[in-house]
Ligand binder design. Structure first.
Ligand SMILES: Cc1cc2nc3c(=O)[nH]c(=O)nc-3n(C[C@H](O)[C@H](O)[C@H](O)COP(=O)(O)OP(=O)(O)OC[C@H]3O[C@@H](n4cnc5c(N)ncnc54)[C@H](O)[C@@H]3O)c2cc1C
Length: 325
């Protein structure tokens, strides 16, 4: 089977991997001249299906649980299986109770439990929720490692090349181009983020700080770096982060730990998340064109499962003799 994958965001990379590892001859075309620089590059890398159940449909939680297994199988040394800790200031305990009522698969922890999990948060919070089955990954490393794995699998990776959805000579064309997809059902939800560095804070897992107006998460990365995210703005404008977003995210980070006030700002960035009206990602097939899109805030959380669904569709069509080219 010859497959063209358009787009090397997390959607296209996972799709290319899934097809190539099942034996397809895959060409991957990415219009940027390198892997990265797209919304997938700006992500937190949280693999947090149960936390996301706070606002996501049950089916997204299910897609995420399957994808978590995929990440652990494909990148056993990269996935950090330390769970997620959700906290709120004592005055915002109602937020914590609301979050708990909308999610499952967590245990309630008190101040001692929080300091056992994250000693640097000792004495700062009285109550939290611990989602022990969740994980996280460095998204940029994940993209680079997927790139390497694709080369090992013999994928023809063409960077700086625009892919076409009607290119001849392929049995299937998988379009995973995010906001570049011409589809009136898609909308953009911009997310702004920062990367800071401080040796004065140490965290072992993503920590979510609930707040009625400015919820925040901080994801630890290597070498004392922390990703702070993320805003959710109903707009597809590809702007740099606004002053307001940066100020609010940084202010909220001091609430989590005052040492963030002295952190160096390493990067400020933003990305537009592609989303359908229900915020559920989809794999859709029309003849030899398979479209994967609508990842919203769940690209890392769900792309592997959607890639599996796309490959299942194509290989089933091949098995039943339905290939069209
Ligand atoms: C700040 C922020 C934090 C986030 N945190 C998380 C998180 O913690 N966990 C999580 O699961 N998700 C997270 N997300 C969501 C996740 O990043 C998105 O869901 C994901 O990036 C969408 O991936 P994609 O592959 O569909 O699109 P993109 O990343 O936009 O990739 C599409 C690619 O297609 C290329 N392209 C476009 N047109 C063409 C063409 N014609 N030919 C070839 N190439 C083309 C583009 O250049 C681009 O590289 C976050 C997003 C943001 C912005």
């Amino acid at each position: 089977m010859k497959v063209l994958v358009n787009g090397a965001g997390i959607g296209g990379l996972c799709a290319a991997y899934e097809f190539a590892s099942r034996g397809a001859l895959v060409t991957l075309k990415e219009c940027n001249s390198s892997i990265g620089g797209n919304p997938s590059w700006q992500a937190g890398g949280m693999l947090a299906p149960w936390c996301e159940g706070e606002s996501a449909e049950d089916c997204v939680v299910g897609l995420g649980i399957r994808a978590l297994d995929w990440w652990k199988t494909v990148f056993p040394d990269e996935v950090v299986n330390n769970g997620t800790l959700v906290v709120a200031a004592p005055r915002d305990v109602a937020e914590l109770n609301r979050f708990g009522s909308q999610t499952t698969n967590f245990e309630v922890v008190d101040g001692t439990g929080i300091s056992d999990l994250e000693p640097h948060l000792s004495g700062r919070f009285r109550k939290g929720l611990f989602f022990s089955k969740e994980a996280h990954i460095d998204p940029r490393r994940a993209m680079q490692l997927l790139h390497e794995k694709l080369l090992e699998l013999g994928v023809d990776i063409q960077l700086g090349v625009e892919g076409q959805q009607d290119a001849p000579g392929f049995d299937f064309i998988v379009n995973s181009v995010g906001m570049k997809q011409k589809d009136v059902r898609l909308r953009g939800v911009r997310g702004e983020m920062l990367i800071v560095r401080t040796p004065d804070v140490s965290l072992s897992r993503p920590v979510r700080l609930l707040h009625p107006r400015i919820p925040l998460y901080i994801v630890p990365r290597a070498d004392h770096h922390f990703m702070i995210g993320a805003t959710m703005i109903e707009s597809d404008a590809e702007l740099r982060p606004t002053v307001r977003a940066v100020v609010e995210l940084l202010n909220a980070s001091f609430t989590l730990h005052p040492a963030f006030a002295e952190a160096e700002i390493v990067e400020m960035n933003s990305g537009v998340r592609p989303a359908y009206a229900d915020n559920v990602p989809r794999v859709e097939r029309s003849g030899r064109l398979i479209t994967i899109n609508g990842f919203y805030r769940h690209g890392y959380l769900t792309a592997p499962t959607l890639a599996q669904q796309a490959a299942d569709m194509a290989f089933e069509a091949a098995r039943t003799g339905e290939l069209t080219s």
